[in-house]
Design a protein around this ligand. Structure first.
Ligand SMILES: Cc1ncc(COP(=O)(O)O)c(C=O)c1O
Length: 389
């Protein structure tokens, strides 16, 4: 069997002439006979002839085929962003009167999509604790439950879910499962192999890897599910731009080596933070004493550079600003997964309803980049020094 490292470099190279498939910026596919014109688009499938740039082109097909090679399933579909991938997958299956079980630690904008739009369309959205056992999830399944959405580890607090057990329960009840698998990337966790139906990524993060691209993708188990999502994207016009797909493919080629360094650097910084008196706890499943470490070790084959930590005391806005504003290598920013480190204050109040966040001390999320970890630690040492008190 071909290894993932080889797939990353070679999967789905569509160009016979060039090492890298060029960017196909064409909206229009040309047909050379009426017969060809009428035949195009008649069949539904991931390998059908190109019809129109918005529906597929060599760049989307190359990217989608590479994701399928890594995650399995029938095929993948690309989107203009991770959030577009999430909202389209939900919309493709949920109708008025359906019930959705949504993990409470989901990425904030996914929660907003549910609260502002799915509920308006008549979908019942119930948030559940990410640490529920599969049996406890089973108790929440109702006759009209259509889907269970997972995100593992959860946004900002990094709880790992028992994905295989929840997926098995969902299958017993004929309920669809979808997971936001962005943190793991297609390398470190394989949801479809663990029984999940749809694995969704913000490729904006580690897949593209350089904070210069907006891209999403879903790997889908069966042709039936794939066709249902593709039907929606054809009808609502969701698609990824060819330049962004090019960057996604280029990112995949080096994903393995970058992730190893992100993981190594993050572990160094996380271990160091754990030893600081100013830090109450570090939330990073790759740390041996993290509550999610057991599940992470069982199901994942690696970690990345993203984790949070909680200060040991309440801080005034001025002290937190003194900590953050003087950092040289951690500018503030919402994203993660790029080559450069980033910091972001966590906002958990109101983001959790099934498991209200009780913490009062500030928390920061760090995306550890590819810098030398000693430089990052020196930068953070200076920041702790500025806290005073
Ligand atoms: C876990 C998670 N999923 C999805 C997204 C959305 O990604 P995008 O910015 O590509 O829409 C993000 C973005 O931060 C994220 O953190």
């Amino acid at each position: 069997m071909t290894h993932d490292q080889t797939k990353l470099v070679h999967a789905a190279r569509k160009s016979a002439e060039a090492s890298n498939t060029p960017v196909h910026r064409s909206s229009t596919v040309l047909f050379h006979s009426l017969e060809e014109f009428h035949a195009a688009g008649k069949e539904w499938g991931k390998d059908e002839p190109y019809v129109y740039g918005r529906i597929s082109n060599p760049n989307s097909r190359e990217f989608e085929d590479a994701i399928t090679a890594l995650e399995g399933g029938y095929g993948a579909i690309s989107f203009c962003s991770g959030l577009s991938a999430i909202s389209c997958c939900l919309l493709a299956f949920l109708s008025s009167g359906d019930h959705l079980l949504m993990v409470d630690t989901v990425y904030g904008p996914t929660r907003r999509f549910c609260d502002n739009h799915l509920k308006r369309l008549g979908v019942g959205v119930e948030y559940y604790d990410p640490l529920l056992s599969a049996d406890e999830v089973r108790k929440r399944i109702q006759a009209n439950t259509r889907a269970i959405f997972l995100e593992s580890p959860g946004s900002q607090t990094f709880e790992i879910q028992d994905v295989p057990a929840i997926a098995a329960v969902a299958r017993e009840h004929g309920v669809l499962t979808m997971i936001d698998n962005t943190w793991a990337t297609p390398l470190y966790f394989k949801p479809l192999a663990h029984g999940v139906n749809i694995s969704i990524h913000s490729a904006t993060k580690y897949i593209a890897g350089h904070s210069d691209c907006s891209l999403g993708v879903a790997a889908i188990e069966t042709k039936e599910l794939w066709s249902r999502i593709k039907r929606l994207t054809n009808d609502n016009g969701s698609c990824a731009a060819p330049d962004q797909l090019y960057l996604g493919i280029r990112g995949l080629r080096t994903l393995d080596v970058r992730l190893k360094r992100h993981h190594e650097n993050a572990l160094r910084v996380a271990e160091w933070l754990k030893g600081r008196k100013e830090v109450a706890r570090v939330l990073y499943p790759a740390l041996p004493n993290d509550p999610s470490h057991g599940l992470w070790k069982r199901d994942f084959t690696g970690a990345n550079g993203l984790f949070s930590f909680e200060f040991a005391e309440a801080l005034s806005d001025e002290r937190l600003a003194a900590f953050l504003d003087g950092l040289e290598y951690f500018p503030l920013g919402y994203s993660w997964g790029g080559d450069k480190s980033l910091a972001m204050p966590c906002h958990l109040k109101g983001e959790r309803t099934a498991t209200p966040w009780e913490g009062t001390n500030p928390m920061l999320r760090l995306s550890i980049g590819l810098e030398h970890p000693d430089d990052l630690i020196a930068d953070l040492t200076g920041a702790f020094g500025r806290l005073g008190g």
